[in-house]
Design a protein around this ligand. Structure first.
Ligand code: CUA
Length: 347
């Protein structure tokens, strides 16, 4: 209730202004947050997501019609009641029961059943197996993504696909439940330990599409980011061949030293570098790691500085990560970083 008296009024005004400021901040923060870099489910860039977007818009349109109808009827009822005399209020409305039955149960039920049927049709379309130009197996790990291609190429957190083609994705989990979600390309599908799920994905145009784990999977769930990179079919084939090739041999003395550091330390317990004796399977394959744009599954851009920080103290960048810190000397770390950043493609 609005207080009376001068002191009460001043306090009330202050509180009111604070509330307005807080509301404005929330609106500003949410709008700028959404605009910054979050992909939107409403900007469909492929046929699978278009199915979902179409359904969403039709649900929104019908909901708006229903809400407007309910508000208008409610308002109309209030106005009519105010104008009536006391004895009129309790008078029976002859069509009242029929109206409640038809609009409240009949039309509402029909809308819900219609949306249920349309949703079933969309789900069937999305689940139907179709001929696919390439089949990728994606495994979710705490907290990164592994992608394996039919020709032996293995990579992490950057999943290349040919643009304009339907791509079959097989989904597995190495530990807990994760959920693969590329808002602009496809609805989210869970990766469940002990079972294999399937989905298909298609990007109409070449480009980079951000994805995110959409099922809470532990401390670094929010840093389980990935990118789907749609290349032209020719570029994709070149990429897949390059990615399947063994690692480049170190070309400089410092890179040779870096390779020795890698192969003689605990790195090889978790990481593979194809073409060397490093054959660990717990962490990301590093055969061509210099071709990737980020480390820690989208946590930081890949640069000599961030890679150095990551090797020295991964826990400080991504608390909870299973990679242990190292006790290498500064020279060894420098050589190791030089070697890892030389692991590009041949061409
Ligand atoms: Cu994986 Cu959340």
């Amino acid at each position: 209730m609005r207080p009376t008296g001068e002191v009460g009024f001043v306090e009330w005004e202050r509180a009111r202004r604070r509330l307005w400021r807080a509301c404005a901040l929330v609106v500003l923060a949410s709008s700028t947050g959404c605009a910054a870099s979050s992909p939107s489910v409403l900007h469909a860039k492929g046929p699978a997501e278009r199915q979902v977007t179409g359904l969403w818009w039709s649900m929104l349109a019908v909901s708006v019609v229903v809400i407007v109808f309910v508000v208008v009827m409610g308002g109309w009822g209030v106005v009519k009641t105010r104008r009536r005399r006391e004895e009129d209020i309790h008078r029976d409305v002859p069509w009242g029961d029929r109206f409640i039955l038809i609009s409240g149960i009949g039309i509402t039920g029909a809308i819900l059943v219609a949306f249920f049927l349309v949703s079933l049709r969309s789900m069937a379309t999305l689940a139907r197996a179709r001929p696919s130009s390439v089949e990728i197996t994606i495994t979710g790990h705490d907290w990164w993504w592994e992608a394996r291609y039919p020709n032996g190429a293995v990579t992490a957190n950057e999943i290349h696909i040919p643009a304009g083609e339907r791509v079959q994705i097989n989904l597995r989990s190495a530990d807990v439940i994760h959920s693969l979600w590329v808002p602009e390309l496809a609805p989210k599908i869970d990766l469940i330990p002990g079972r294999e799920n399937e989905m298909w994905i298609q990007a109409n145009q070449p480009g980079q599409y951000r994805g995110q784990c959409a099922e809470f999977c532990g401390l670094q769930h929010a840093h389980m980011i990935f990118f789907v990179i749609a290349d032209t079919p020719a570029d994709f084939n070149t990429w897949m061949q390059d990615m399947a090739a063994p690692a480049l041999a170190p070309a400089t003395p410092i890179a040779v030293q870096g390779q020795q550091v890698f192969l003689s330390n605990t790195c090889i317990g978790c990481h593979s570098i194809r073409g060397t004796s490093a054959n660990g399977q717990l962490g990301p394959d590093l055969t061509h790691m210099a071709t990737r744009a980020t480390i820690g599954a989208g946590t930081l851009p890949l640069t000599p500085q961030t890679l150095t920080q990551w090797i020295l103290a991964p826990e400080q960048i991504k608390p909870g990560v299973t990679m242990p810190p190292t006790s290498l000397t500064p020279d060894e770390v420098r050589a190791l970083v030089t070697y890892l950043l030389s692991l590009g493609f041949k061409s």
